[in-house]
Design a protein around this ligand. Sequence first.
Ligand code: ADP
Length: 305
Amino acid sequence: MNYAIDITQLNKTYANGHVALKDVSFQVQTGDFFALLGPNGAGKSTLISILTSLCQKTSGGVKIFGFDQDSQSQQAKSCIGVVPQELNFNPYDKVIDIVVNQAGYYGIARAQAKPLALHYLAQLGLLSKADKPAIALSGGMKRRVMIAKALVHQPKLLILDEPTAGVDIELRRSLWDFLSEINRMGTTIVLTTHYLEEAENLCRNIAIIHHGEILKNTSMSVLLQTVNKEAFIFYAEAPLLVAPALSSQFHVRLLDSHSFEVLMDQGDNLNSLFLELIRLGIVISSMRNKTNRLEALFLDLIKSV
Ligand code: ADP
């Protein structure tokens, strides 16, 4: 199997004795869109820093597209583009220079780098800002500059550390579209995120890390199938005095005079629920999922360790 990332028995103990990664092993397939999820302090940034050679591992093996990070570090590095959490450019530099200069670190000549930089800036909606100093850009635009910078040497693997943290919903959606498109065109993507909805929407495979250990590593669809309860919130058109008297498979709780929650098994269908509501004469004006299913599972997993 051709893996974009192959990690075996990876350990990291910081100089102060803190064990940040414990025997971490997992693979990311070429072409995958992979989520690395975990609460603060789980070890995600440490793992990314090791993958991108910013931080020395204590022991274990890392291969990037088959290149051993120890013995073939240049080849391994050239396959990776990384978008870190913190701004990683001089904000007084012009946007185009930030991106073109980055290409220089990978041995790409300026004449070749410029059209590539303009291509990615255009794709990210930043062409009109190319000649502006980065400091003049909004927070969301600066983040997109970081993405253009990470892509300019056309890496086969793009790693993003919390790419949409603090980014407004509109920009988040446009970044999702952009990332989905470059993934469709063949770039393998790994992202860490706190927005579990983001992982659910974008990613095919997932690893959940907690206290430096991998708790789960599976496909998103298999993971979501293991969540067997789903909660919905219903909004009734007319006020309710008590929770609707539904059959016992539905666990109902009145939230306020116009809304109630129904907890049901994932296999149960909503039609029978609506038939019961119709029989009771309750008109529903709207409904929504109470929680993101992945979020529920994630919280359960973390509680259990
Ligand atoms: P995450 O990115 O999941 O929030 P990190 O990889 O940043 O987690 O941190 C994992 C653990 O390692 C945390 O407990 C953090 O405090 C610790 N840590 C991170 N960097 C260092 C360091 N340079 N020295 C000592 N401990 C560190």
